[in-house]
Design a binder for this molecule. Structure first.
Ligand code: IMP
Ligand code: MG
Length: 178
């Protein structure tokens, strides 16, 4: 079993880079079909979604735009529940088709807040794309249009996701060892 040390915790290999790429391609194919002619604006949520977005967007072959936003609300391995505001949105999104590109939906509170803030600006359509979803932790009802993996409630790291800001550079996904 391949393991890595990130900060003070040990993690074991969970999902390989190749498995991720395969799922990302499938999700992108769905977007290429469903969003053709809509010139979607992809809103990539930093920092966690940077690697997912880089791979996803290279598979998108329809006209689109890409921008980066930030909503920070998470510290360590448990959610703080304190969601801050949306930073970095400079585009006029009225009437646009948006695709929020997120690394992981855990309680779903971050996404619900983001949707609320974006919908105030009257976009035509807002779609949610998340690399991971933890269905067992979801506390709110969400329409998640595109997702690569449903996972158990374990804390994961790698491929953009961090443990106290470390581990984002790992090409594969690792799961915490109890
Ligand atoms: P939510 O508001 O509970 O859905 O939390 C979403 C945010 O928590 C994500 O955007 C991540 O930044 C962070 N998060 C949730 N679970 C994990 C995990 O297993 N590893 C790393 N970050 C996580
Ligand atoms: Mg995040």
């Amino acid at each position: 079993m391949k393991t890595v040390q990130v900060n003070d915790k040990k993690f074991s290999l969970y999902i390989s880079e190749n498995e991720i790429k395969e799922q990302v391609k499938k999700v992108a194919a769905g977007m290429n079909e469903e969003l053709a002619g809509k010139k979607p604006l992809f809103l990539v949520v930093l920092n966690g979604a940077f690697m997912f977005a880089a791979d996803l967007l290279r598979e998108i072959d329809i006209p689109c735009e890409v921008s980066f936003v930030r909503v920070s609300s998470y510290e360590g391995t448990t959610t703080t529940g304190k969601v801050k505001q949306l930073i970095g949105l400079n585009e006029n999104i009225e009437g646009r088709t948006l695709v929020i590109v997120e690394d992981i939906i855990d309680s779903g509170i971050t996404m619900r807040e983001m949707l609320r803030m974006l919908k105030e600006k009257n976009p035509a359509d807002v779609r949610v794309a998340s690399l991971f979803v933890k269905p067992g932790n979801l506390q709110v009802e969400l329409d998640i249009h595109y997702r690569c993996f449903d996972i158990a409630n374990d804390f994961i790291v790698g491929y953009g996701l961090d443990y106290d800001q470390e581990g984002r550079n790992l090409p594969d996904i690792y799961k915490i060892l109890e």
